[in-house]
Ligand binder design. Structure first.
Ligand code: PLP
Length: 597
């Protein structure tokens, strides 16, 4: 083997090819790393430390000026042999080169050639790209300033005390991808029996042979077999903690999580997976924004604009943060048919409006507010927009970039995915500027007894152990919905809604709340004169029809409606016209049992 200083990337590539298997290549990297000379103790300083690496890595650059030009030589060392091996690989691409040559080097292609892109676990790959970033920063400092490579303050890239992800390896170069086509634009046909066949819980038979008619999807959706199988696969075949172990299970888990993150990114049209934060659900996502953004940016007298139909999850966190910061809440009233009063919305916006928090679809009225119009008005007033996508994301296309959404929160369990996991999307600049919310493991880059530095996105907001299998299976759920296509799903759900709507209007004393079917998703909340909501729900259960009753976590809305409780039937992509007919028959049954005239 040639001395390290003489090793070339071609020789490395030959050796990797000869070895063939990752096991052997990995051992070779460790062996190479073992030969990397150590640095002096004083060279392992904070100024020389490379931020963004899980291991400690130090770079000591030397610049050789001679008549032929300027060349760069880096001496480097880490605290792990395998990382030292990667340093050796990296330095074959750097040492003895001019700054211009370094800036033109396609590091990714070189790593791919060795198979490193495929085999390194995500945190190690990120660490490698942090080293690349450092190398580039050094080269930029010494490159001739021709306007193409502005010469930054080298200490931006050197001191590492700030961990803004803009200097992380996850920049647009390596991670950001153009938003894909909105899912709704894909054409597909919809075979409800084939879809329904994939949901085992819908095929259970109750006592006396009564079938299940599940009309509580707005509360939590049933799961297709592929989601159940995915979760089971994780536990049975490769379960481990995520973003921690370099062993094979840990590596597989980290990759599967990143794949899920990527599927979700595409699903909502985000620019980068760094903007996709796994959370426990919608409630947690909104609390994260209210705390991490609100505490940092809300001042006394700033306005948070809500409306009367919001779920408690999109009211209470704002009430709480308003109490903490002195901000005030403005509630936009609803029209009598349960829509946001657009004129009142326009008037509610002032120069003090900082954020509009609005549902993508009401979980009671089914109202789908005109987000494009609301967002345009909010933006014109200089306010950010958070969309509570708990009900909208599973049933209609969402494209955060095209729609101009700043924050989007949604839950896996309403999206035919597992419970315990959800997503917060946030625009990168906003997430970067926010403080962390929960603190602990994984969200840090470095901890000392007297302080810590936060990790780049998305880890910054993912403290502690994620709901691992759930987050992976959420990616499967997203793929399931994506493959069906929102156009046919939406059409199918709307036809169920219209069928239910027509039949329900024929039932004496039954009152449906909210707008007509052209302004709502497939959710109908209603009361029946002379009957308590709970009694109706209980009697429907006797017929195997599962609906929810109560205030549905929307007490202010129920106050506005003037009723303490409603019964809610909500439809999902697996419901059929027969489900609607069974529901209507069950309502007649309830009326008879309650002796309503
Ligand atoms: N927002 C809306 C509109 C909802 O319907 C729900 C749940 O029903 C939530 C927020 C809260 O969702 P989760 O309980 O999954 O956090």
């Amino acid at each position: 083997m040639p001395g390290l200083q003489d090793l070339t990337i071609d020789e490395l590539a030959d050796e990797f090819e000869f070895l063939g298997q990752w096991d052997d290549q990995c051992r070779y990297l460790i062996e190479l790393g073992g030969e990397l000379p150590d640095l002096a103790l004083e060279e392992k300083s904070e100024a020389n430390r490379v931020p963004g690496c899980q291991s400690q890595v130090w770079f000591v650059p030397q610049v050789h000026e001679d008549p032929a030009g300027t060349t760069i030589e880096i001496r480097a060392k880490s605290d792990a042999h395998i990382v030292d091996g990667l340093i050796v690989v990296l330095l074959t691409l750097v040492n003895g080169k001019t700054p211009e040559e370094i800036l033109k080097t396609d590091f990714t292609a070189a790593f791919k050639r060795l198979g490193l892109e495929a085999h390194l676990v995500p945190q190690r790959r990120n660490g490698l790209y942090s080293m690349v970033e450092r190398v580039r920063a050094i080269a930029r400092v010494h490159a001739p300033t021709d306007g193409k490579h502005p010469s930054p303050d080298p200490f931006d890239a050197v001191n590492g005390s700030h961990t803004s992800s803009s200097s992380s390896p996850r920049t647009s170069e390596t991670r950001a991808v153009r938003p894909s086509l909105p899912v709704a634009e894909r054409a597909a046909t919809f075979d409800v029996s084939a879809v329904r066949a994939q949901f085992p819980a819908l095929h259970q038979v109750l006592e006396r042979g009564v079938p299940v008619t599940y009309l509580d999807t707005a509360s939590s959706a049933q799961k297709p077999q592929c989601v159940i199988d995915k979760e089971r696969e994780v536990y049975e075949q490769y379960y481990a903690n995520a973003y921690r172990g370099v062993y094979r299970y840990g590596d597989r888990i980290s990759r599967e999580l990143e794949e899920s993150r990527e599927r979700i990114r595409r699903f909502i049209g985000a620019e980068s997976t760094d903007e996709i934060i796994f959370t426990p659900g919608t409630t947690a996502g909104i609390n994260l924004v209210a705390n991490a953004w609100g505490r940092r940016f809300l001042k006394p007298g700033d306005e948070i604009v809500l409306n009367e139909m919001e779920h408690h999850a999109n009211i209470v966190p704002w009430q709480w943060i308003a109490q903490q910061t002195g901000a005030v809440l403005t509630y936009v009233p609803l029209t009598d048919d349960g829509r946001i009063d657009l004129e009142a919305f326009g008037k509610a916006l002032t120069s003090r409006s900082r954020i509009v928090a609005v549902t993508g679809m009401s979980n009671v009225l089914g109202t789908a507010p005109p987000l494009t119009e609301l967002i345009a008005k909010a933006k014109a007033a200089g306010a950010l927009v958070l969309v509570d996508g708990a009900q909208s994301v599973p049933h209609m296309p969402t494209h955060v970039v095209q729609d101009g959404i700043d924050f989007l929160a949604f839950s896996g369990h309403k999206l035919y995915g597992p419970s315990g996991v959800g997503v917060l999307y946030g625009r990168r600049e906003l997430l970067d500027a926010m403080d962390p919310f929960l603190c602990g493991g994984h969200m840090i880059e470095r901890v000392q007894t007297d302080g810590f530095a936060v990790a780049p996105l998305p880890a910054k907001f993912e403290a502690g152990t994620l709901p691992i299998a759930q987050a992976i299976a959420l990616g499967t759920a997203v793929e399931f919905v994506t493959d069906l296509g929102f156009c046919p799903v939406h059409e199918h759900e709307q036809s169920l809604l219209r069928h239910a709507w027509d039949q329900m209007h024929k039932i004496p004393g039954l009152r449906i709340y909210g707008p007509d079917t052209s302004h709502r998703g497939a959710i109908v909340s209603f009361t029946m004169d002379g009957a308590a909501a709970q009694d109706i729900a209980q009697l429907l259960d006797l017929k195997g029809v599962f609906v929810r009753h109560g205030h549905h976590c929307t007490m202010p809305l129920h106050t506005r409606l003037g009723v303490p409780a409603t019964v809610r039937a909500s439809f999902g992509l697996y419901n059929t016209r027969e489900d609607v007919d069974t529901f209507i028959d069950a309502l007649h049954f309830a009326r008879r049992e309650l002796k309503l005239s």
